[in-house]
Write a protein of this length. Structure first.
Length: 202
């Protein structure tokens, strides 16, 4: 699936999110990185009539260094569990990481194609752009999910955030994240999960 234009992504968000504050926050976050996070398999490439989208957001800021081993193990355990599920062929996973800024590690692809996370890839350093990364992941989840829905593929959509929760570098605000999260949770398709270390801003 090709990267959508900003206008196309905004239209897809509009079709999925009615709340004006949530819509505004998600659309404002549409930069090149976020648009690449709206990409995944085409509907006709899926092996099932529906799909589960899982977007994982990993805090890779310096404050997470004491938890490096735990994060790597938790991520790999989760991917292994999803890969072993009966519906594994219909589970598509996207991975984000953030420190000074949000970074897309991989867009939506089958869970069994995801490589193991290593200490080389997960190397904590820098500040914590938590809110920017969460909004970026939410935007990709909404946009790609809506694209599949428009092509006849219903989806369940899961956001999983692993962080110590202490944002100190985002352009986005906690209020914007809260507005978007609240709007998504009013829809049955969405589930949001948070694994925290220490304090929490979310």
């Amino acid at each position: 699936m090709t990267r959508p234009t900003r206008d196309d992504a905004a239209a897809l968000i509009g079709a999925s999110v009615i709340d004006p504050n949530a819509h505004r926050a998600l659309v404002a976050n549409l930069d090149e990185t976020v648009l690449m996070g709206c990409v995944g398999l085409e509907a006709d490439q899926l092996d099932a009539a529906d799909a589960t989208l899982v977007s994982v957001v990993l805090d890779m800021s310096s404050s997470m260094d004491p938890h490096k081993k735990g994060v790597v193990e938790a991520f790999n355990t989760m991917i292994a569990a999803l890969s072993g599920a009966k519906a594994a062929s219909a589970i598509l996973v996207s991975v984000w990481a953030f420190a000074d800024q949000a970074r897309l590690l991989s867009s939506y692809e089958p869970v069994d194609r995801k490589p193991k996370l290593t200490g080389t890839v997960y190397s904590p350093d820098g500040c914590t752009a938590l809110f920017d990364a969460v909004l970026g992941a939410m935007t990709g989840l909404v946009t790609y999910g809506q694209r599949l829905y428009d092509e006849g593929v219903p989806t369940k959509r899961v956001l999983f955030v692993l962080t110590d929760g202490e944002d100190n570098a985002s352009k986005a605000t906690a209020a914007e994240v809260k507005a978007a999260a609240s709007a998504l949770l009013r829809q049955e398709a969405y589930a949001l999960a948070y694994a925290g270390f220490g304090g929490a801003d979310l």
